[in-house]
Design a protein around this ligand. Structure first.
Ligand code: ATP
Ligand code: MG
Length: 180
């Protein structure tokens, strides 16, 4: 059952990647209601988070103006980052902060989980890269989640940074430009 689930998860990730890379499926940019988007995603992870005693701290600027993005792809981005934040935490808060900067929108997703060793940080966005075998076995990761996130950020001509401290937590900061 575990192996079947793993295969299903790999196949789903691969389908997502091939859809994202299919040039015929264009990026469909619309105005984004971050409040709606985040709330619907939090719902997906509610039970999982509660089981671990993890709380979400959400802080979204009101009336973010002139920002368009592909809603479906942004959902995927949040799903992958929040999935990691929960999977690689035993407790603590997950902070989701969205700030309206003049020419861009800044998205911060921060957890208080196990952290990522410094030497792995440059590679975590690579396909199939997972940090270590023991973690992977416990959490059954494919190593595709962050490569998908990076891909979506690139498609929006944005940029993603990660900061992490072992045993303290991890923070992802994404900036997506407004209309170019
Ligand atoms: P998948 O997302 O495909 O199910 P995965 O979670 O292992 O598998 P990625 O999401 O690409 O793969 O992440 C790559 C690796 O980076 C993970 O294996 C994990 O070790 C590490 N990592 C990612 N996010 C975090 C985080 N928030 N805290 C600690 N480690 C993380
Ligand atoms: Mg992942």
């Amino acid at each position: 059952n575990r192996h079947t689930n793993r295969l299903i998860s790999i196949v789903q990730d691969l389908i997502t990647i091939s859809k994202l890379e299919d040039q015929r499926i264009e990026t469909q940019k619309t105005e984004i209601d971050f409040h709606d988007l985040i709330m619907s995603i939090i719902t997906i992870f509610d039970t999982k988070a509660r089981e671990k005693g993890i709380n979400f701290k959400i802080n979204i600027d009101k009336d973010i103006k002139d920002f368009k993005a592909d809603n479906f792809k942004l959902e995927q981005l949040f799903i992958n980052l929040i999935d990691n934040a929960i999977k690689y935490s035993d407790s603590g808060n997950i902070e989701i902060k969205i700030t309206d900067l003049e020419d861009s929108v800044e998205i911060i997703i921060a957890d208080q989980g196990i952290g990522i060793p410094e030497e792995d940080l440059p590679r975590i966005f690579e396909r199939f890269y997972t940090v270590d075998k023991s973690r992977a076995r416990k959490n059954v990761g494919t190593g595709l989640g962050l490569s998908i996130v990076k891909h979506i950020v690139n498609q929006h001509e944005g940029n993603i940074k990660v900061k992490s401290q072992l045993g303290k937590g991890t923070t992802f900061t994404i900036t997506l430009p407004k209309e170019t």
